[in-house]
Design a protein around this ligand. Structure first.
Ligand code: N01
Length: 543
């Protein structure tokens, strides 16, 4: 096998990995351990992916820190100390930097290096990978560890270039940015907007939150991590890591932290009004997600929505603001659940104004602020918390050419097509880690990334053992998998006709409405992926 390093212009190596986030870092370590020379290209100036880029005030993960960490190294698990139940961006970035140092990964990571194109050479069975800086590298395999939420989406708003103040995007926030004492306009109330609202409100002269769709968001109840909980997790780490792959979302819940996706035991349709009120008294906002039937039954879901809106009424003082903040017309569970710290309470502050865009949308950005149909808002700063071109955005922004020069973005123009979310027919030796058609963003991303990297590693080793050069899905197997993924999502809240989420591509103008992740959960997916492997990679074609 060739060795990594040396001149990038001439090197031929086994694997190029794109992205040095949680998946890319582990891929480098794991493929190296298997004896494959590997190099990682990373557009950012540091490692950590999502946790390198998303450094906006309040950025925090909504999976408990003990669970949102690698399981591949017992030593790493024992030596790293988490400080909070839900990890803040800064701690996660530090963790991934520690991993890069501890496993000596940096020598094969090229930072500040954006991959622009990758072309499959059918004669040589290699990928030619090009970077913005002009580097050209050939490799046998190409692994896209580019992340499902890494291609920022900024809406095309007329006049933005005329704005005399400063413009930020939550996912491209720069350290040292000081917005204190300013009039801030925040556009977007998804996870990023909800997390940053209280933080911006705390320093702004006035914060204007421009809301297009009210959000279902639940209190995280974050706090310092109990040392005993941490010690117990570490003591039982082997069992915990095994369990993560046996539960739907890759989160065991054994840390005691409240987990967004876990349903309750009792059916809300069988409850009385008194039952529901008692639940509300005891659990507050969480009362709306404590039932067994709300994920599948629209009527049950609507009852839960009522409980949620009642909690807003109990939290926010101004009845008009309550009305504006109250989500209606789409079910709980259609969009990615959001968790927060004091989001609704923030709207009781005098220096916070909620601008409900349903009462008059944004017309344009002016030199001095935002012009809406409701009037002009004078601003010093505009913050876009408008999300991402999810799952397909990052790979779609690279010009990837497979057999016969076909472009991946054309192959996916009516929605992504993969086998197991890992490979696309016509693109031999190209892999997507946590790609569309796998559980991906619906589950714990660290667990999903590790599982994918290990599955790919095992396949590469198997090919080496059998003297094989290329692998790609057969069209039949891919078509069957796409059909299976679509069918699994049918009839769920995720695909309700009233639902417009980034899972469905609905946030990107012109993107086909296709539910992209695989909803059957991690254990079912792992079972299917392992069965394919055990059956000599049935559904994949080799040469
Ligand atoms: O993005 P989003 P995000 N005019 O797409 C609005 C993960 N994440 O960055 O709903 C006005 O959810 C848009 O409005 P609407 C997590 O998986 C995790 O917040 O389309 N508004 C919406 O309110 C999450 O789901 C964590 O009507 C416009 C917002 O912008 C995912 O990343 C933290 C607009 C976008 O919300 C994405 O979250 C942060 C326009 N033209 C992120 N265009 C945690 O771990 C869009 N919007 C907690």
């Amino acid at each position: 096998m060739a060795t990594a390093g040396g001149s990038e212009r001439t090197a031929t190596i086994d694997v190029v990995v794109v992205g040095a986030g949680m998946a890319g870092l582990y891929a480098l370590h794991h493929f190296r351990e298997l004896g494959f020379s590997t190099i990682v290209f990373e557009a950012g100036g540091g490692v950590g992916g999502t946790w390198y880029w998303n450094r906006y005030p309040g950025a925090r993960c909504d999976v408990p820190s003990l669970e949102y960490s690698y399981g591949f190294s017992k030593e790493l698990e024992q030596e790293w100390e988490w400080t909070e139940v839900f990890p803040p961006q800064e701690e996660l970035e530090r963790y991934f930097n520690h991993v890069a140092d501890r496993f000596d990964l940096r020598r094969d990571i090229r930072l500040n290096t954006r991959v622009t194109a990758a072309t499959f050479d059918e004669d040589a069975s290699t990928w030619t990978v090009e970077t913005e800086a002009g580097d050209v590298v050939t490799s046998r395999f190409l692994v896209m560890a580019t992340g499902p939420l890494s291609a920022p989406m900024r809406p095309d708003m007329p006049g933005l270039d005329t704005f005399k103040g400063r413009v930020f995007q939550t996912s491209q926030w720069e350290d040292g940015t000081d917005v204190s004492g300013m009039r801030i306009g925040l556009i977007g109330t998804g996870s990023s907007g909800v997390q940053t609202t209280p933080e911006l409100a705390a320093v702004a002269e006035q914060l204007f939150v421009f809301q297009r769709t009210p959000t279902y968001t639940w209190p995280s109840r974050n706090g310092p991590l109990d040392p005993e909980v941490q010690a117990a997790w570490k003591r039982d780490c082997v069992e915990n890591r095994r369990m993560q792959r046996e539960v739907f979302a890759g989160v065991t819940g054994s840390t005691g932290a409240i987990i967004v996706a876990l349903p309750g035991e009792k059916a809300i349709l069988e409850s009385t009004e008194d039952d529901r009120l008692a639940m509300l008294e005891e659990h507050g906002f969480d009362a709306s997600r404590k039932w067994s039937d709300t994920a599948t039954n629209p009527e049950a879901n609507e009852l839960a929505c009522d409980l949620f809106r009642e909690m807003i009424r109990r939290t926010v003082h101004d009845p008009d603001v309550v009305e504006k903040l109250s989500p209606r017309g789409y079910p709980i569970g259609c969009k990615r659940p959001v968790v927060d710290t004091n989001y609704f309470e923030t709207f009781n502050r005098d220096n916070v104004t909620l601008v409900d865009l349903r009462r008059g949308g944004i017309e344009r950005i002016t030199e001095t602020g935002i012009q809406t149909e409701q009037g002009h808002f004078d601003l010093d700063v505009i913050v876009f918390a408008t999300g991402f071109d999810a799952l397909t955005g990052a790979v779609g922004r690279i010009d990837i050419r497979g057999r016969d020069g076909a472009a991946l973005r054309d192959a996916w123009s009516s929605g992504p097509r993969t086998l197991l979310g890992l490979q696309c027919a016509g693109f031999p030796n190209l892999f997507t880690v946590t790609g569309p058609g796998s559980p991906s963003v619906l589950v714990n991303m660290v667990v999903a990334s590790e599982q994918h990297v290990e599955w790919i590693g095992a396949l590469l080793a198997w090919m080496r053992e059998h003297g094989l050069t290329t692998v790609e899905p057969t069209l039949d197997a891919q078509d069957a998998w796409v059909e299976h993924v679509n069918q699994a999502a049918e009839g769920t809240m995720w695909t309700a006709p009233s639902c417009n989420s980034w899972y469905l591509g609905a946030n990107i103008p012109g993107k086909p409405r296709v539910f992209m992740p695989y909803v059957a959960g991690l254990p079912e997916y792992i079972k299917e992926a392992d069965a394919v492997a055990a059956n000599d990679y049935e559904g994949f074609a080799f040469s």
